[in-house]
Design a protein around this ligand. Structure first.
Ligand SMILES: Cc1ncc(COP(=O)(O)O)c(C=O)c1O
Length: 395
């Protein structure tokens, strides 16, 4: 019997959940594009419906393509089980809906993806869930926010877009001491670069739209955790809420993950070089990249992450106008939100993703007018730097 747990990351990414089709021998398993399933007899159907025998029930529950993808992701994250959703937000929302009930309290990082604030403030608060936002890199802030009804801590590390790092091991000790569940959004790192479950987290969530798929051609999300949480806590909810993912999307993400380790190596090697280039550039005020010695939490990054990721935030000298000029002058690098694609993307939070926030609030959370975020792709490094160079020169 093959011991999958002992396989290396590349092998897991390629082989787990990827078996030839048992009916035809097709090397690549087909996309099971069906809404429902036929049974031999009412007796067999009965066993499947009561869980006595494994079988497929209905397209809103799961599909064979989805289950193959879930096996692959669970193996890479080192989790017992995984559930895939129609988007990263659906994954985050379902994880919290399974963990919380009216009257509970959540502590959430104060720098997280905008949709996560929206979920807590616009959706869960009206259902009676209280939330406090704190700097989760400081345990004393978590202690201050703790209430008798606190049930969950949600962190994103590195956080979007300031790249602030939270010590997962430390926060997990705090959570265990107070009987709280720790949810970590691992989107920026991927399981290749950071394994929150090994560091003590209970649940990992991802926007699979990003590096897991890696090719910018679908939207998906995942939750990884214990078998009990995924099967009892989560699966029940998903089927009722209907936040399902299509078999075609599962196929795309599954195919994308096969090259995740290779892509991540190229992403992080390129990112380090771009960060060094930017740090030395006279038109750049400061660079935020966990791999740079100048990054305030560089030592923690070295301890917690296998690589420093491929997101770089930097401040252009001259503020809003100059940052916008830089973005508008680029020729190969695309101006687009999202991240983790094979191609390099740039975004200017003050004019795009964070434009609707009040200016003072935005600046207080470190998102200055001149801040620009790069998601470094896997192109040849010379071409990324040449494009940035010509854009700076034209400014
Ligand atoms: C860190 C992080 N988490 C979650 C999400 C939400 O994912 P999705 O867009 O797949 O719903 C995003 C999206 O950008 C993100 O950056």
């Amino acid at each position: 019997m093959t011991n999958i747990e002992k396989w290396g990351e590349n092998t897991k990414a390629v082989h787990v959940g990827s078996k030839p089709c048992p009916a035809t021998g097709a090397l690549v398993s087909p996309i099971y594009q069906t809404s429902t399933y036929a049974y031999e007899s009412t007796e067999e159907a009965g066993k499947i419906f009561t869980g006595e025998k494994f079988g497929y029930l209905y397209g809103r529950d799961h599909s064979p393509t989805e289950i193959q993808l879930e096996e692959k992701i669970a193996a890479l994250e080192g989790g017992e089980a995984c559930k895939v959703f129609g988007s990263g937000m659906a994954a985050i929302a379902n994880a919290h809906m399974a963990l919380l009930k009216a009257g509970d309290h959540v502590i959430c990082g104060d720098v997280v993806y905008g949709g996560t604030y929206g979920l807590f403030d616009k959706m869960l608060r009206p259902f009676g869930v209280d939330v406090t936002y704190v700097d989760t890199s400081k345990i004393e802030e978590l202690e201050k926010a703790l209430k008798p009804n606190t049930k969950v801590v949600h962190i994103e590390t590195p956080a979007n877009p300031t790249l602030r790092i939270t010590d997962i091991k430390e926060v997990s000790k705090f959570c265990k001491a107070h009987n709280l569940s720790l949810v970590v959004d691992n989107t920026f790192m991927t399981p290749y670069l950071q394994k929150p479950l090994e560091l003590g987290a209970d649940i990992v969530v991802h926007s699979a739209t990003k590096y897991l798929n890696g090719h910018g051609d679908c939207i998906a999300g995942v939750v990884v955790g214990s078998k009990e949480f995924i099967e009892k806590g989560l699966h029940e909810g998903v089927t009722k809420i209907g936040a399902l993912v299509s078999p075609f999307t599962c196929f795309l993400v599954k195919r994308g993950i096969q090259t995740l380790p290779l892509r991540m190596e190229q992403h992080i090697n390129n990112a380090m070089k771009v960060a060094e280039y930017l740090e030395a550039h006279p038109k750049v005020e400061k660079v935020l990249y966990p791999g740079l010695k100048s990054f305030p939490q560089h030592e923690l990054a070295k301890k917690q992450m296998k690589g420093f990721g491929a997101l770089i935030s930097f401040e252009v000298k001259g503020g809003l106008d100059k940052a916008r000029q830089l973005c508008d002058n680029l020729e190969m690098i695309e101006l687009a939100v999202s991240l983790g694609d094979v191609g390099t993307l740039i975004e200017h939070p003050a004019s795009m993703t964070h434009k609707s926030l009040p200016v003072e609030e935005r600046r207080a959370s470190g998102i200055t007018d001149g801040l620009v975020r790069l998601s470094i792709g896997i192109e040849n490094i010379e071409d990324i730097i040449t494009d940035l160079d010509q854009a700076f020169d034209k400014m």
